[in-house]
Every structure is written in C-alpha cells, then in structure tokens.
Design a binder for this molecule. Sequence first.
Ligand code: E4P
Length: 217
Amino acid sequence: MKFFIDTANLDQIREAQELGILDGVTTNPSLMAKEGITGRDNILKHYVDICNIVTGDVSAEVIATDFDNMVKEGEELASLHDQIIVKVPMIKDGVKAIKYFTDKGIPTNCTLVFSAGQALLAAKAGATYVSPFIGRLDDISTDGLNLIAEIRLIYDNYGFETQILAASVRHTMHIIDCAKLGADVMTGPLSSIEGLLKHPLTDIGLEKFLADYRKGN
Ligand code: E4P
C-alpha cells in the first residue's frame, strides 16, 4: 500500500519524507490556498518545490473545466517535473481529458469521485489513479469505505490497472480499513499517518524496559 500525504505544507511533507515511508503527495486548490500559495506562477513553483522534497508522485490539479483548457493546463503541469501526476475532476470533459492524457502517456489522478460508476468511467479512460473521497462521504452519512470495497471488486473483476487512491482520509482507522479492503494508495494528513505509530502498551513497555536497564547500569 502506498502512502501519500494530503497537504501543500512543505514542513509536513519534509517530516513525512524523513520518516522514510512516504510514496507521494496529493494537493488540491484548497490545500494550496490554506498555505497562502496563490497566483499561477507561485502555484507552479510550489509544485516543483514539493517534487524536490519527495521521490514519489505529486498530484497537481487542473483548474480549467473544459477539455481544451484542461489539456493545455495539464500539459503545462506535466512538463514541470517528471513526478507530476495531472489531477483532473470527474466531469464529462475531465473524462475526455483523462483519455487524451492516457493516450499521450501522461499519468493522471481522477479526483472528486463519489460513486462506483464514476470510478468505472475513470478506469475506462485509463486514469493512473482514481480518488474516491471517503471522508466527505462519511460527512454526509454515507459509508465511504463501502465505496472502496465496491471499486476494488469492479476493478478486480475486469483487471483494470487504475490504482485506487483512497482520498479524504481523515484519521488512522480510515487507513487501516482501506488497507483491509485492498486500496492501492491512501492519502491523508500527517496526523493520520503518525497515528499508526501509537499504542499505549508500546509506551508503557518502553518505559519499563528503560527503567529496568537503568537499575542495572
Ligand atoms: C484528495 O486528493 C483531496 O486532496 C483530499 O483527500 C480531500 O480531503 P478532504 O475531504 O479532507 O478535504
């Protein structure tokens, strides 16, 4: 299972990279705005800065919503760095754009996916990644994890190679559950990844080991 961090915060990206378990980064326009990164040039530079910190895939989202401009923007993003994955929303022109990028060998991440039907279309268009937003489904009392299970079943039925990137992961249990369901990738905040580290018995056990060592030394 690949671990992506879902942020545009360079310090957190560095921290996750230093842990040695990071496989990539996802960003979106809201995450960029949260870090105060505005203006096309600054945003493009920020993508390059992120690519220079991590070794894996970095999703960079197109803003255009029509085919011609999505293609123009996506090609510009892809030319920034070979780690860039062009992130395209699940809309009609987005599906066309994903197919176009697939034919050109440009990797894509189909974002804002909330149903199995949308995930099926993304795979048919050849998306490298599909991003079902599980947290946002949970927010509206719909089981986000069930969507991961449905997509896994459908992709396995037909051998689709599109990787399931569980997005909108909000906490550590989402990661565990996505791993059980066979999601290929998860993207979440640093806190959700660091939560995997924690167990009170580890802390109690370590404290006792160190105390016992100190007794004899
Ligand atoms: C995915 O690529 C998105 O950036 C992200 O996971 C959205 O998460 P949120 O619902 O917590 O904003």
